[in-house]
Design a binder for this molecule. Structure first.
Ligand SMILES: *[C@@H]1O[C@H](CO)[C@@H](O)[C@H](O)[C@H]1NC(C)=O
Ligand SMILES: *[C@@H]1O[C@H](CO)[C@@H](O)[C@H](O)[C@H]1NC(C)=O
Ligand SMILES: *[C@@H]1O[C@H](CO)[C@@H](O)[C@H](O)[C@H]1NC(C)=O
Ligand SMILES: *[C@@H]1O[C@H](CO)[C@@H](O)[C@H](O)[C@H]1NC(C)=O
Ligand SMILES: *[C@@H]1O[C@H](CO)[C@@H](O)[C@H](O)[C@H]1NC(C)=O
Ligand SMILES: *[C@@H]1O[C@H](CO)[C@@H](O)[C@H](O)[C@H]1NC(C)=O
Ligand SMILES: *[C@@H]1O[C@H](CO)[C@@H](O)[C@H](O)[C@H]1NC(C)=O
Length: 350
């Protein structure tokens, strides 16, 4: 099958994470009884137990869905969103505001494209009030060439409410372009594409050694799973192994196994100090299961340092349980510094 022609089925959604908690979290920016979930509502306005946005706030840009826990791939830096016939401004699609909608009755398609391929699991479309999200067609491309259709299996459609529909499917390959068309596009208000949930935040991180600065502040291993992606070492949210460490390493252990499909590393990128971005170049990354058997490893090509590294777990390894992610640095300085490590689990809905 090359296209989804929307067929409405009303389903009860079974989420794998429950928001029913007796007590809340008293730490700003977190929620859940162990403060284990990060708040992604504007101004940290989350209900401390459910994570739902309060005081009329919405999810911050880049996050959506239940308790704003799903990364939105329409907001990653390389995403381009084009609407046809060509609209000069189409920020209504990705502003996270379901009350700003298309105004052009001739709109026939919305295209989301990236410069690398991403794992796809599900997307969410919202339409104007009093319109039914009943006639969408979604198709996927493997590359920039439009003739490279992707075949997919088991697509499912979930009507969330009167103006929201989720479409989930199992893909055999990763996706570089998604084309949304059909009659309902003229009523479209928002497009969200799930990049999954970050399983690494607040998990147990360790490193081979820890650097302590002149004031005695330690650049702890947990700084790479603190939910803060800031690349400035002085903000005290990056890790740093000691100056003398012959084999600098860092790893995170999850409290349960996850099917991770994408790992994102935020490098240190201080604007004035050119010392540091190159320390992460040529790193290696490995994933392990609970018996510490590795099934996936990645070696950076060792060219120019990047602010953000995206490592995609190949489709063939994607359903294997991952309990540990380990990173090693091989730069001449033998220092490993990470500002954040995110590990996305992208299940299809069932
Ligand atoms: C959080 O949400 C729950 C469930 O809806 C509600 O019972 C509780 O009062 C809310 N807490 C706050 C602080 O608003
Ligand atoms: C993709 O786009 C990002 C953000 O614009 C850029 O930093 C990166 O270098 C690009 N990657 C490739 C492979 O072109
Ligand atoms: C796209 O793919 C088709 C069929 O595989 C091929 O004929 C065509 O030359 C390709 N176009 C480009 C721009 O690569
Ligand atoms: C994780 O790091 C700790 C401390 O360096 C080390 O003892 C352990 O073997 C590492 N585990 C894996 C799987 O790399
Ligand atoms: C990259 O790291 C590998 C070890 O994984 C090492 O053998 C190689 O020399 C390094 N390359 C560069 C350019 O530093
Ligand atoms: C870990 O992976 C190895 C190799 O694939 C496998 O034999 C072993 O059963 C796995 N352990 C667990 C706990 O899944
Ligand atoms: C990883 O798992 C795949 C699929 O189970 C298997 O084919 C492959 O041999 C494994 N690789 C390693 C290095 O264990």
């Amino acid at each position: 099958m090359n296209n989804i022609h929307l067929l409405i089925v009303v389903c009860q959604l079974a989420f794998e994470f429950s928001l029913v908690n007796a007590q809340g979290c008293s730490q700003t920016g977190w929620f859940g009884h162990k403060c284990q979930y990060q708040c992604h509502c504007e101004n940290d306005k989350c209900n401390s137990s459910t994570g739902q946005c309060t005081e009329n706030t919405k999810c911050v840009k880049g996050w959506f869905g239940l308790a704003c826990q799903y990364q939105d791939l329409t907001s990653v830096p390389s995403a381009t969103i084009t609407s046809y016939p060509l609209q000069t401004s189409n920020t209504w699609i990705t502003d996270g505001d379901d009350s700003t909608c298309n105004q052009d009755n001739s709109l026939n398609s919305v295209v989301v494209a990236w410069n690398i391929t991403y794992p796809f699991s599900w997307l969410r479309l919202t339409v104007k009030d009093n319109e039914y999200p009943g006639n969408f067609k979604v198709s996927f491309r493997e590359g920039v060439n439009d003739s490279k259709y992707i075949k997919f299996q088991n697509h499912r459609i979930f009507v969330i409410n009167a103006n929201t529909v989720d479409i989930s499917c199992q893909m055999t390959v990763d996706v570089m372009k998604i084309i949304i068309s059909g009659h309902s596009v003229t009523s479209l208000c928002s497009v969200y594409i799930s990049g999954g949930r970050n399983a690494a935040v607040k998990q147990t991180a360790v490193q081979s050694s820890t650097y302590t600065d002149k004031r005695g502040i330690q650049a702890k291993a947990s700084n790479a799973v603190d939910g803060d992606t800031s690349s400035f070492f002085k903000k005290k949210t990056c890790t740093h192994t000691n100056i003398v460490d012959s084999s600098p390493k860092w790893n995170v252990t999850f409290n349960q196994a996850h099917a991770i499909n994408r790992i994102v590393l935020y490098n240190r990128f201080d604007s004035q100090d050119q010392c540091c971005p190159k320390r992460l170049v040529n790193f290696s990354l490995q994933t392990f299961n609970s018996s510490y058997i590795s099934n996936f490893s990645f070696q950076d090509s060792g060219k120019d340092p990047m602010l953000i590294y995206t490592v995609i777990v190949p489709v063939s390894q994607r359903n294997l349980p991952i309990n540990v992610i380990g990173i090693r640095a091989y730069s001449r300085e033998r220092i490993l510094s990470l500002c954040e490590v995110q590990a996305f689990e992208g299940k299809t809905k069932s």
